[in-house]
Write a protein that binds this ligand. Structure first.
Ligand code: GRF
Length: 202
């Protein structure tokens, strides 16, 4: 039986698209059962709709406070009965209720080699710092900012002529393959967490 994935998005949705393409192969071991967003009118939602996947959107500003937003997000995700939730360019921190319901089964992708350059501007921060190697990190989401246990990483060179856009594009190519490959291994083989160490495998 294939694992049920909910993917949360905020933008272009190229990582979502890579997951949709990966899930098209029955041997992959997972299906995307819902896509959720924190804003309307984004290409990621259009990609989900084109693929016939149910979507939901909860905007923080439509709720009296952040906890109410978190509750709505939690309920919409729970209704899809996910085995795993993938934050794929989702630009919000999830809250206590969400982590209480799904903690240990939520993964996020970040465009830097954590713990270097956490936060919203990872690519720009890496460029400004002058590092020669950056990359992407897949991690288990905890209550902190990009602080959970590392699942997988891939390195990407920084070139002298890079600007934020060219470097981000190179990172995203690596990010999409890492995400699809790693989620596939997780759903097919399972994973175990000991402290900060995540091991994929039976
Ligand atoms: C990714 O680089 C993700 O790590 C970052 O935003 C980008 C999302 O890209 N937080 P997309 O929407 O999947 O194309």
């Amino acid at each position: 039986m294939s694992a049920r994935l909910v993917v949360l998005v905020s933008g272009a949705g190229t990582n979502l698209q890579a997951m949709l393409d990966g899930c098209a192969d029955p041997a992959y071991g997972a299906q995307i059962v819902a896509v959720g967003a924190d804003r309307e009118g984004i290409e990621a939602l259009a990609r989900a709709e084109r693929a016939g996947i149910p979507t939901f959107t909860h905007r923080v500003k439509d709720f009296p406070d952040r906890a109410d937003w978190d509750q709505a997000l939690t309920q919409s995700c729970a209704a899809a009965r996910p085995d795993l939730i993938v934050l794929a360019g989702f630009m919000k921190l999830v809250g206590d209720q969400f982590l209480g319901a799904f903690g240990g089964r939520v993964i996020n992708t970040h465009p830097a080699l954590l713990p270097a350059f956490p936060g919203m501007h990872a690519v720009r921060d890496a460029l400004d710092h002058g590092v020669k190697l950056t990359g992407c990190t897949l991690f288990l989401v905890d209550a902190g900012l990009d602080s959970g246990p590392t699942i997988a990483q891939a390195a990407v060179p920084v070139l002298d002529e890079d600007d934020e856009a060219t470097l981000h594009e190179r990172v995203k190519v690596a990010e999409r393959s890492l995400l699809v490959e790693t989620v596939g291994r997780m759903v097919r083989d399972g994973w175990a967490v000991a402290g900060r160490k995540v091991r994929i495998g039976p």
